[in-house]
Design a protein around this ligand. Structure first.
Ligand SMILES: [Zn+2]
Length: 515
């Protein structure tokens, strides 16, 4: 076990808001101790996106530099008297034994007699040192790529075709049919369900932490889930029709109740008749969330004010029926944008689960689409919890899989999410195959795989939101030669936070020990 006196403080420095936010998001994601834009204490390691800062600070100690944009990479190379080439490449990095994360990106390869590669993966140099200096170069742009994937991925641009159809009366019914007619009804769509599509952001985060561990040595952090848990699962349902509400939901709930799994039921407030007693039962099985009012696919087109009014009306109607606070939302067709997140916050919601990590075909933009992470993240004060596993509708109705094959694929993807340590978010509609009696066993097999796994932290989306907030507000503290966690919330939850020490990074990914 490393002594606190052997740990090196981490300082992040950036010249622009974009860079500052990205570096801070990386550090906050891992929950490592750091200082932002402050003077470096003795023995610290500086992580920066700015060339001039790197040159100045390298006089005092080790610096990690991730240049922003091609021009900065070239200037960095020319300052150091080395060469640089750029190439679009698929990067793959281990996070633990047998589990990798991937990203397709521009890779900067520095070369020359002054360049010493420090971290190489599958022939690509990720980190190199400039010999005779304290500067270490990251071979990719951690700032621009983060913005592109997370912020760019969160904005969905409706296709012209969708925009036209959505404006017609009763349009929603016609949307699924023209999607079904497309060539996506093939195995081709499924082949896109890869780690480079589902979690490219995880690859960026890995490069950030791996660089620090390689150059600064052991780094303390806070584990992602409760003590003893390696990953999380939320089971969620969008109830599209009255038949789903009255029949399919009952069947799904039966399976969940025998396994003691509580799930999240997202209900449109004004699409079909709702009985208070039914919704109270859903809330008893887990929680009820909003799923728009009429579910007509037009939410994304409304003005800021109209969005807010509609979302508040959805929440108000459901709250009166359930007699409980409604905290979460899922948009029909998984529509999402920063504007929608803001409207949700203004309408009194706390969390949203409306963006896929990656999906085969977005009905709104008519292309494959996703936010590229399998972890929750904050967007305009709302916790966004990505739908990390492909929804039943996409696997069965769009890609044409049998329910049993869909379960096999979901479990295969869940094994990868487990290995990375993320959140598995299942979206199962009571209106489709899994809500039918003949596919009950498939649904049982799916849930049993998670339930029987001691390392799976099963919770509703609302519970995940509370947990993520407790973790967000907690900090690693180092004094009296001890690493501990301080949390403003003195709740049972905060005592479940697990301090860890990342002691190394190599061919089998991160070496992590619980403290
Ligand atoms: Zn829906």
């Amino acid at each position: 076990m490393a002594l606190v006196s052997e740990l090196h403080p981490v300082v992040l420095k950036a010249e622009t808001n974009e860079a500052s936010n990205a570096l801070q998001d990386y550090a906050e994601f891992w929950k490592i101790p750091y200082r932002l834009n402050l003077l470096e204490p003795k023995g610290s390691v500086l992580f920066t996106s700015d060339r001039a800062t790197a040159a100045q600070s390298s006089v005092h100690g080790p610096v990690i530099l991730t240049p922003v944009g091609r021009e900065e990479a070239q200037k960095t190379a020319s300052d150091a008297g080395v060469g640089v080439t750029s190439e679009n490449k698929l990067l793959r990095l281990p996070v633990r034994k047998g589990i990798t994360v991937s990203l397709r990106t521009n890779v900067y390869q520095y070369s020359g007699s002054r360049i010493e590669p420090l971290l190489v993966s599958e022939g690509t140099t990720i980190i190199s040192r400039i010999i005779g200096s304290n500067i270490h170069l990251v071979g990719l742009d951690l700032v621009t790529e983060y913005s592109r994937l997370v912020h760019g991925g969160f904005e969905e641009i409706p296709s012209r075709r969708f925009s036209l159809v959505a404006k017609l009366p009763f349009s929603y019914q016609s949307i699924p049919s023209f999607i079904r007619n497309r060539s996506f009804r093939t195995e081709k769509g499924l082949s896109g369900l890869t780690e480079e599509n589902l979690g490219p952001v995880e690859c960026l985060r890995t490069v950030f932490l791996a660089s620090l561990v390689r150059i600064a040595g052991p780094i303390p952090r806070i584990g992602f889930w409760r003590r003893g848990k390696a990953y999380a699962l939320s089971v969620t349902h969008d109830v599209e029709t009255q038949a789903g509400l009255e029949q399919g939901a009952k069947r799904l709930m039966e399976v969940e109740e025998t396994m003691n799994i509580r799930s999240t039921w997202n209900i449109p407030s004004d699409r079909y008749p709702l009985a208070s007693s039914t919704l109270i039962k859903f809330a008893g099985n887990g929680e009820v969330g909003g799923h728009d009012t009429r579910h007509d696919g037009r939410l994304i087109f409304l003005s800021v004010e109209e969005k807010k009014r509609r979302l508040a009306s959805c929440r108000g109607t459901l709250e009166r029926l359930v007699d409980q606070r409604i905290r979460g939302f899922r948009a029909p067709l998984l529509q999402h944008s920063a504007g929608l997140a803001e409207a949700l916050y203004n309408a009194g919601f706390e969390f949203d689960s409306s963006c896929p990590s990656w999906e085969i075909l977005s009905p709104t933009s008519l292309r494959s689409h996703g936010v590229g992470t399998i972890y929750p993240f904050y967007m305009r004060n709302i916790l966004e919890i990505p739908v990390s596993l492909p929804q039943d509708h996409q696997l069965i109705r769009v890609a044409g899989q049998k329910p049993s094959a869909a379960v096999d694929l979901l479990l295969k993807l869940a094994r990868w999410i487990r290995g990375v340590g993320g959140a598995c978010i299942l979206l199962i509609h009571p209106d489709y195959e899994f809500g039918e009696a003949e596919h009950k066993q498939d649904y049982e097999r799916l849930l049993e795989s998670f339930r029987s796994d001691q390392e799976c932290d099963i919770m509703t989306l609302g519970e995940m939101t509370e947990w993520w907030k407790v973790r967000k507000e907690a900090r690693i503290q180092m004094n009296d030669n001890k690493v501990s966690i301080i949390s403003p919330e003195r709740s049972d939850m905060s005592s479940e936070l697990q301090p860890q020490l990342v002691t190394g990074y190599g061919g089998d990914g991160f070496n992590v020990v619980n403290i």
